[in-house]
Ligand binder design. Sequence first.
Ligand code: AHR
Length: 500
Amino acid sequence: MIDTKLTLRTDAPIGTISPRLYGHFAEHLERCCYDGLWVGLGNKDIPNIGGFRTDVVNMLRSMPVPMLRWPGGCYADHYHWHDGIGTPESRPQRLGMSCGLQVEDDNGIGTHEFIALCHLIGAEPYLAGNMGSGSVQELCDWLEYSNATIDTTLTRERAANGSRDPFGVKLWGVGNENWGCGGHYDAASYAQEYRRYATMLRHVDPKAELVACGHVDEWNEEFLRINSRWHHLMDHFSIHRYWINGAQETGFNEDQYYNLLAEAQDTENFITTTANTIREYTPKDKTPIKIALDEWGVWHPEARPWGPGHEVMREPLSYEQAGTMRDALAAGIALEVFHRQCNVLSLANLAQILNVLHAPVMTEGAAMWLTPTYYALQLHTPHIGATAIPVEVANGTSVPNGQFSVESNVVSATASRNASGTAVTLINRHFDQAASVTLSTAGLTKVVKARILAGDSPRAQNSIEKPDAIKLADLTVSADGSNQWRIELPAHSMATIEFA
Ligand code: AHR
C-alpha cells in the first residue's frame, strides 16, 4: 500500500483553467465524422438530429465539449469550404484525403452543419483553414461568409443557406502541420506565407484569433524569429503531441504501461520548451502569444503504425484503437499538465472525438459506448473555468519512467477553486498497488460529491459487448481529523472529490 499526503496551496493560485483547454477535434478521418457523428439527413435507422446521431450528441453534451476543431487535421489542407454549403444535392462529391487515406466525400457535413453540431453540444467552433491546396482568397471568403455582418454576396449566400446571423467563429487555424502533410513548407517559407494569410484575414475580421502552425525545436525557433516583427498577426501557436511509445493497445506489459504514462507527463516539457521559445522571440514590449496544443492523445500502433517497430497490426487501416484504463490515466495526467501550464497554454484538443485514435465515444452501427477516457474527462468537469491551485504531494515513491526521464509520484493530483467550492482530482498511477491518501487543507469542511474511475486491470476497456464494464462510481471519503480527509485509491485509478 502506498501512503501519500496531499496539501493544496490555496495561497498560490496558478491561473484560470480556460474551457478551451477541454477542447476536442473532429476530422474527416475514417469513421470520426461520416458514419460516426454524422449518419445523414433523413436516416430512419439511427435516431438523429439534423443528421447527427442523437445518442452521441447527448453524450458529448454531458462530457462536456467546450470547444471543437474541424475539419482537420491533414484533411483541412484539402478542404474547400464552398463545397459544403447549399442544398445536399448541389454539393460536389470529392476525393476526401487525410493521413494517407482516401474517401468519397459527399460534403454532407459543411459549415452550417458543423455550427449546428456546436450549438447542439455547447461547443465553441474552431475552424482549420486550408493553406495546402487553397488560397488566401478562399480562406478570406470562408471568414467573411462565417463572420461578416455587412451586406455582401457571401453574407447573402449565408442567409439564403439558413443563417442570417453570422456564426461569429473566433478561432481560425492558418493551415495544419504545414511542416508535413500541409505542404512540407520549411519554417522560412511558412513564416512568409503565414504573414500573407494573416494580414488578409485580419482585414476581413480583426477580431478573429489566428492560430499559426508550429512544429518542434529549430522549426519553431526559425518561424518565431522570422515573424517576431509581425507579432500582431499571431494569437496562438499550434503544436501537436501524440504518445506513441506504449506498445500495443491492450497487449502491453508493466514497463510499457509506465512508459506511456511517462510520455504523457513529458508533454509538460514540450509545452514549457515551446513557451520558452515563444518568450525568447517575443518583442520586449509585447505579451507572448500562447500555445494551442490542438492535437494530443494516445496513438496506438493498431490505429496506424507509427513510431517504434512500424509493423502493420490491423488492416485495413482504420485509425481505430481500443481505449483502456491506461489511456484514461494518460489523459488525466495531461489534464494535470494543462492546469499547471494554464498561463502559457490557451487551448487543447483531444484527438479525436469519435471512433478514431484517443476517442472518448465509440459507435458501431446503432450501438454506442463510452471509453474510460470519456469518464476521465467527465471527472474533470468541476475544474473547467475554475482557478488552478498547486497541490503538494508528500510521497517518497516515484513511478518508473522508462525512456522518458520525467519524475512523477505514484499519486499525483490537480485542484481548482470556483465560486461553489474546491475540487481535487487524484490519480494513482501504480500498476498494481493501492494507495491511501491523506488530504489536509484548511477550509475543506464538507464533501459534496466524490466519484472514482477504476477497473480490474489497466487493460480494462468498454466494448460493444460490455459497454458498462468501466464507469464512474461513488467514492467514500472519510474525515480523518479536522480539515483532513482520507481517500483510498485502488491501483490505476482516478477520482474527483468536490468540497463545498
Ligand atoms: O489526428 C490524425 C492526424 O494526425 C491529423 O490529421 C494530423 O494533423 C496529425 O498528423
